[in-house]
Design a protein around this ligand. Structure first.
Ligand code: HDE
Length: 688
């Protein structure tokens, strides 16, 4: 039905309730019959204070925002399921690990430094937080896409975050570490060096949230039924392999699509292309821990996979997009303190600080101690205790049993819940030797080596990756403004990592090589580890990726159809781009609608491009910046370019030189499209 009561003046096209369409009401259930006009005294008179419909609507709107997360403000979430695939009952009694057990999950990926409205592709660490709604309560594995952290002790976290976020007086830059205060602080904190190597590598430029690893970072413990504990590190291994963009591409992605990662995740899940990760564990004991040259309680250190291989114990599948961003992704509250029996904390001083922080931050963000009752946070298993009341209490406990012990049941009243026969108290009984001693503000000597693992990381990279790291240091330090002392201080630290790296960064900045910084403990050489390199772990697959297919009037219909078929056959998305979004008239007279307009759909959005043009169209497009840029950037971003014979004029104009990655449109294109051509890079840009 259409509302015609106020013809021509707001309301004439609005649907009214009836049939399946529910009635619009206030928050208190009063029906609203006019949602277009406020209540006035006379048609042109003042609005009346008694208009509770208007007041309630505006009142609620005024309070729609809650404080954003102090870190990790920008995030994307998805529902999923975790299936345990290995029997590790000898290690942990946790129900979530029972072979065959399926556990509902909610995952939130995030950038760290930027605000909620910032872009998806800055150079930044990514959060990888997983909430498992296990039978024995929620387990939150709140990790990152990098296995180590900037600092060793929680007491330094506010300094780190203040330094990296926008500067206090000017409120810029947003979402980036390339500024004075971050590098001032980092260069004074040698313990950041290992994490800085990761942060300056392409790990912080993921191609997709679906193509990055995740790590629990800290050493945790697994506890079995007998109460025996083992140390454990958690790893998420993406089924699609690791893939990163390169810096120039990431910069241009910020312009092309602010929501690049969020959209990619949403669309993949929406189309049934469910992203998957395997959960791996590195398990070791006290003897192994004591034999290492680093401390396993130090979150700036990893355990090389060559020393303790990663054992796969389950698979996470993200299979459902949130119904509502605010209710789920924004309100989800991760707590590292959420662990079920069978998993336990270690004494890592960074982890210990986190155990305090998260509960606290949720109260500030969500406004009430009852945030656990919000559906996305509530356990899926029953929960009951004597905690009562508080703001926004939604549960209605019956009876008088709000204390324990009680004997109310003896009189036939509800006595309420009682202690579990099996739970944390028993799990904690034997989780490693007790550490005791004087009360001290001190850091163990075993935390003193800040450089060996930074060196290990750098030396485990291939030559292209090393060049990217050196160039990132140059770029970031080149953005340090007035603080002249900072770049040399940073390079002085880098001399402890690798002399060649330090020289490259100094040369790139145009500064003299400073004296080596004094190391708290002299670094040692560790055996390079292939697991630390992205390039050594990329999967030569097009699966889950996207290829931009550029067409124009005159494109050969057969060629287009076969290249699209080949791309889709390789489980990738073929996205057709044309100068006009209405499409292009193909050689057979048919019109192929475009998925994107050339001017607004640059090639950085794709993993490879196919240029399917007639000679006339190529000559015409060679005069258009968007078309030339499309091809030039694809080449510059080291992507495969498959081209029809007719496309040559455009390729020439874009400066494309023949190499392994420049192919025709046949099978060799789809094979090439699964790769990046890093060997091309030194010919195209000066890297440090
Ligand atoms: Fe966090 N961190 N963090 N963090 N962190 C937060 O909690 C904090 C650390 C991580 O998608 C906050 O709910 C302290 C390491 C992720 O909702 C806050 C310390 C790692 C997320 C907080 C750390 C992380 C957060 C902000 C040092 C990787 C996003 C909002 C002791 C292992 C979770 C919130 C989401 C969020 C504190 C260090 C990962 C303020 C004090 C190390 C993925 O509580």
């Amino acid at each position: 039905m259409t509302d015609t009561r106020n013809p021509g003046n707001g309301g004439e096209t609005h649907q009214q309730a009836g049939g399946d369409t529910p009635v619009l009401t206030t928050n208190h259930g009063v029906p609203i019959s006019d949602n277009q006009n406020s209540l006035k005294s006379g048609a042109r008179g003042p609005t009346l204070l008694e208009d509770f419909v208007l007041r309630e609507k505006i009142f609620h709107f005024d309070h729609e925002r809650i404080p954003e997360r102090i870190v990790h403000a920008r995030g994307s979430g998805a529902h999923g399921v975790f299936e345990a695939t290995a029997d590790i009952s000898d290690l942990s009694k946790a129900a979530v690990f029972k072979k065959g057990e399926k556990t509902e999950t909610f995952v939130r990926f995030s950038t760290v430094a930027g605000g909620a409205g910032s872009v998806d592709t800055p150079r930044d660490v990514r959060g990888f937080a997983v909430k498992f709604y296990t039978k024995e309560g929620n387990w939150d594995l709140v990790g990152n896409n990098i296995p180590v952290f900037f600092i060793q002790d929680a007491i330094k976290f506010p300094d780190l975050v203040h330094a990296v976020k926008m500067e206090a007086d000017r409120a810029y830059p947003q979402a980036g570490s390339a500024h004075d205060t971050f590098w001032d602080w980092a260069s004074l904190m040698p313990e950041t060096t290992h994490m800085l190597m990761w942060a300056m590598s392409d790990r912080t430029l993921p191609r997709s949230l679906r193509m990055m690893e995740g790590f629990g970072v800290h050493t945790f413990k697994l506890v079995n039924e007998a109460g025996q504990a083992s140390f454990v590190k958690f790893h998420w291994k993406p089924r699609l392999g690791i893939q990163s963009t390169i810096w120039d591409e990431a910069l241009k992605l910020q312009a092309a699509d602010n929501d690049y990662h969020r959209r990619d995740l949403w669309e993949a899940i929406d189309s049934g292309d469910f992203p998957q990760w395997d959960l791996g564990i590195q398990v070791f004991d006290e003897d192994f821990a004591n034999a290492q040259p680093y401390d396993v309680l130090d979150a700036t250190k990893l355990i090389p996979e060559d020393d303790v291989p990663v054992r796969i114990i389950g698979t996470l599948t993200l299979n459902r997009n949130p119904d509502n961003f605010f209710a789920e992704t924004e309100q989800v509250a991760f707590l590292p303190t959420n662990i079920p029996p069978g998993i336990d904390f270690s004494n890592d001083p960074l982890l210990q600080g986190r155990l305090f922080s998260y509960m606290d931050t949720q109260k500030s963000r969500l406004g009430t101690t009852n945030f656990h009752q919000i559906p996305i946070n509530a356990p899926r298993c029953p929960f009951a205790n004597m905690q009562r009341d508080g703001m926004m209490q939604t549960m209605v406990p019956k009876g008088r049993a709000n204390y324990e012990p009680n004997s109310l049941a003896e009189h036939g009243e509800e006595g309420g819940p009682r202690e579990a026969p099996r739970g944390f108290a028993t799990a904690n009984a034997a989780t490693g030797p007790d550490e005791q001693g004087d009360k001290l503000r001190i850091r163990a000597d075993t935390f003193a080596d800040h450089y060996s693992q930074a060196r290990l990381f750098y030396r485990s990279q291939d030559a292209h990756e090393q060049a990217h790291i050196a160039s990132s240091f140059v770029f970031e330090l080149s953005k340090v403004g007035v603080l002249d002392q900072v770049p040399p201080r940073m390079v002085a630290n880098l001399r402890n990592v690798d002399e060649d790296l330090a020289k490259r960064v100094a040369a790139g900045l145009g500064i003299d090589l400073p004296a080596k910084a004094k190391a708290a403990k002299a670094p040692v050489d560790m055996a390079p580890s292939d697991a630390l390199s992205i390039h050594k772990n990329m999967k030569p697959t097009l699966e889950g990726r996207a290829v931009g297919v550029l067409i124009a009037d005159g494109t050969d219909a057969g060629e287009l159809a076969s290249v699209v078929k080949a791309i889709e056959g390789a489980k990738a998305k073929a996205v057709v781009i044309a100068p006009k979004v209405g499409g292009a008239k193909l050689s057979d007279g048919s019109v192929r609608k475009a998925d994107g307009q050339l001017a607004g759909t640059p090639s950085q959005l794709f993993d490879a491009v196919a240029i399917v043009l007639s000679a006339d169209a190529a000559a015409m497009l060679a005069k258009q910046g968007a078309a030339v840029g499309f091809v030039m950037d694809a080449f510059g971003h080291l992507k495969a370019i498959g081209a029809s014979d007719g496309a040559q004029a455009l390729l020439d104009k874009a400066g494309v030189e023949p190499d392994e990655g420049v192919t025709g449109l046949g099978k060799d294109f789809v094979k090439a499209a699964a790769r990046r051509f890093y060997d091309r890079e030194p010919k195209l840009r000066d890297l440090a």
